[in-house]
Structures are given as C-alpha cells and as structure tokens.
Design a protein around this ligand. Structure first.
Ligand SMILES: *[C@@H]1O[C@H](CO)[C@@H](O)[C@H](O)[C@H]1NC(C)=O
Length: 453
C-alpha cells in the first residue's frame, strides 16, 4: 500500500493510493479554500468596487434578505440572510469541478444539473462568466437514483414522489430564489489544501461516495449550488460524519473580507480549535431561529463596564451575516460605553439606522490603538476577546463605524456576523454540541493558492 501511515483513515487512503508518491499522511483532517464572493478569486468579483464599497454592498445584501421563516409556510427551509463564501466541490466520475456557496444554515447540498441532451442545461449565473460548470449526470458513472420511499429521500425536508416514484425536492428562498430537481447520490471529492500531505505530487483529496444531494434542474438562483453545513441529517457535515472517520465537525477562519486573501474551511482533525485563548460555549436549541447554529449571549464588557442582559438570550453564529445584530437593550448601553471610552472625533453616520456610532479615523489600525478591552461573554462563561476589527468596520474614507445594529422587526434574529468573527478560528462540533472561538491570523489559514483554475 502506497500510504501505510493512514491507518484507519480508509477513505483518505483509498484516494492517496492513487497518487504515485509515498505520502506522509498526518492526521485525519482536510481543509478547503473558502473564497469570499467579492474577492478577486470569486466569479462575482467586481474590480470597480473599492474596499469601502464592497463592505457597503455586503451589508446591504445581508440586511435585505432577512432570515425569518416565510409567513405562509411554503418554504422548505430557513436560509441564511445572504451568501458570502464559496468553496469548490468535485462531483461525479469523472469529476466536474463546481463552485458552490457555503451555508451553515442550509440542510442540503444542491448543485445545477443537466441530463445530457435530454434536458437543456440550466443557464449558469451570468456573473459567473465562462468559469462556471454544470454537472451532467448522464456522463457520470457513479450517479445514483433515489427512490421516494427511501431513507435518503426522507432525510431531506420537503421531498415528494415524482411520476416514476423517484425522490424530488423543491426549495424556495425568501428573496424569491428557488431550486428544484431530483434527490440523487453521487461521489463527491474535496481538494485538500496544497501542502497538506508531504511528499505527495498531487494535492491529497477526500472522496466521499454516495452523498445524497439535490440535482437541480430548475434553478432561479445567483449561483451554481449550495453546500449546506447545518445540523441536519442531509447536510454535508452529517454525511461526512457518517461516511468517514472525520467526525461531525467543521471550522473556519475568516480573513478580513475586503482583502483578497482566501480563508479556510476545515473538517476532521483540522477543525479542532486548539489555539491559545480558545473558549468553548454550548449550542442551544431555539425554536425561532430554525437550522441556525445558536449560542447564548450573557454580557458584553467594555473596559470595566459589564453590560448584562436580563435573561440569557439566543444569538446565531453565522458566516453569511455581515454585521452583528443585537437586542436594543444590549446595544444601546454598548454604544454608550464605547463612546465614553473611545477618544476620537465622532463622525456623522452614513446610514444611521444601521450604524449608530462612527468615528473619524484613518483605518482600523488607528482605532485599535485607542480601543478598550472588549469581551463578549457567551454561555458557561466563555469570554471572547474582541479587537477593533471585530467591532468596527472601515466604512468610508476616514470613517469607521460600529458593526453592530439593532435586531428589528425585519431582522428579528440576533446574530454574530462575519465581521465579529474575522481573524478567529471558529469550530463547530456537532457531537459535543459546542462552538469554540480562538484568536487566529486567518490570512495564514489557507496556503496561498495557485491562480484561479
Ligand atoms: C436522463 O435521460 C435519459 C435519456 O433520455 C433517461 O433515460 C434517464 O431516465 C434520464 N435520467 C434522469 C435522472 O432523469
């Protein structure tokens, strides 16, 4: 065997056997590249946008699509307010490489599909240009049909039987997007980060056979698919957990999102958050926040001021939400405490309903120098230290604003957004039912990738 050190990691081994060189496999984890939708490595990259304009566009996207369930109950799932990160997936045999949005609150993987000449290919999103692939099931030898009475079919919410007793699904999203088609099984292959396996000539890969996914033939959506990582039976994280020895855990490390540096999405041992300063808080069940990962917020400390909520309050942790949204009861005293503590000239807010506190500063580095000790206290005393870049955002030239907004009627879910999670290694362990946060330099979390392929 070409890879004797892999031991029990049978699936990793099966793939590594195919690589001609001896591989030093170190541990059972892998990492994929997480690409911000506005970065230069994204098909949605708009070179005409300045970093400030990117931030404003992201905030607008995140604010526009609220994460509340559809009132008429027609929606099969609650989805995250916006999609901010992509990853590559390889589907089928031979493989088709596709770029899909990553969503921690979606319960299914779905990808655009076509069936040879029997069905016309659904048009890929215009913004993706020529770099976008659609999966042709007729050219794959590992495509599997799923009967509508099967467990796989039942594992996906909102499925039904088509005319020939195969399993079909139909999802519609709050912003009017939709995806429908057949539930099927396929082999998925994930590229590990370059350099993850010493001595390998090619990148190591993880192959997972018979992944249940949505083969989408009718799509109204600005992307080629979604990789769902929710705590649900049909999500990718549960399927990886069931099919491999990697466990049901993932983590990410988000580089500042207006930079062009890639972030990392980790599975298995790579998802263990062990950096110094790591703190762990339990996930909680909360009925009104659907499939989101939810924790409890207890207090926020600014210097010596402790701002406590009267009750423990649920807050979702979401990489697809940009700002942090908090109850007014908590937000107003936070604004007060920060404005008492930060001695910089105030500036008028460009959008007062979202940004209640702005300062004149030539960037976050300037603010960091006068920034008080700010700590977020989550359930069981988990104290997450926040830096200026987690609390403020560089919004306009010489204007930094508080990246926290009130949870309002349109946006009823309190959320820890991706600005607050920047430069933190955030790990989700679905077996231990915990989320762990640690400070990290996320620009170094994913090895510098080759040019766009
Ligand atoms: C794909 O098209 C072929 C040829 O028309 C047909 O026999 C097959 O049932 C189709 N497969 C699916 C999954 O729709």
């Amino acid at each position: 065997m070409a890879c004797p050190m892999c031991g029990a990691l049978l699936l990793l081994c099966l793939v590594l056997i195919l690589t001609p060189l001896q591989c030093g496999c170190t541990g059972g984890g892998f990492s994929v590249e997480l690409i911000h939708r506005d970065s230069a490595r994204s098909p949605f990259h708009d070179p005409s946008l300045t970093p400030h304009a990117r931030v404003l566009a992201a905030v607008r996207r995140s604010y526009a699509g609220s994460g509340s369930p559809d009132p008429d109950g027609a929606v099969s799932e609650v989805v995250s307010s916006s999609f901010e990160y992509f990853m590559h997936v390889n589907i089928g045999t031979p493989r088709t490489r596709m770029l899909a949005l990553v969503d921690s609150s979606s319960d299914l993987v779905w990808l655009r599909c076509t069936n040879g000449s029997a069905s016309p290919a659904p048009a890929p999103p215009a913004a993706a240009g020529g770099r976008s692939n659609v999966f042709d099931l007729s050219s794959s030898s590992t495509y599997g049909r799923v009967g509508c009475q099967s467990d796989s079919c039942r594992s996906v919410p909102g499925t039904s039987c088509d005319a020939t007793s195969f399993c079909q699904y139909s999802y519609s999203y709050l912003d009017g997007s939709s995806s429908s088609g057949l539930v099927a099984t396929e082999t998925f292959t994930f590229d590990d980060a370059p350099g993850g396996c010493t001595g390998c000539r090619e990148r190591p890969q993880l192959q997972v056979p018979r992944v249940t996914f949505g083969c989408a033939t009718t799509v109204h959506f600005a992307g080629n698919g979604i990789v769902g990582l929710a705590d649900a039976e049909s999500s990718l994280i549960n399927q990886i957990g069931a099919a491999t020895s990697l466990g049901r855990r993932f983590s990410y490390c988000l580089a500042p999102f207006f930079s062009d540096v890639s972030s990392a999405l980790n599975f298995g041992a790579h998802a263990a958050v062990t950096e110094p300063g790591a703190v762990t808080t339990p996930m909680v069940q909360h009925s009104t926040v659907g499939a989101y990962y939810t924790v409890e917020i207890v207090a926020l400390r600014v210097g010596n001021t402790v701002i406590k909520l009267p009750n423990r309050s649920p807050v979702i942790v979401d990489s697809g939400t940009v700002l942090t949204y908090l109850d007014k009861e908590l937000l107003e005293p936070i604004v007060e405490a920060l404005s008492r503590s930060i001695k910089l000239p105030r500036k008028q807010s460009p959008k007062p309903e979202l940004f209640s506190l702005c300062y004149e500063a030539g960037g976050l580095e300037v603010l960091e120098k006068v920034f008080p000790d700010v700590t977020l206290e989550l359930g069981v005393g988990a104290l997450v230290t926040l830096k200026a870049e987690n609390v403020f955002v560089d919004l306009l030239l010489r204007t930094v604003c508080l990246a926290m907004a009130p949870a309002t009627n349109e946006r009823p879910v309190a959320a820890i957004g991706n600005i607050m999670q920047q430069n933190m290694h955030v790990g989700y362990d679905l077996d231990k039912r915990t989320i762990t946060f640690a400070p990290a330099d996320c620009a170094k979390s994913y090895p510098s990738p080759p040019a766009f392929v």
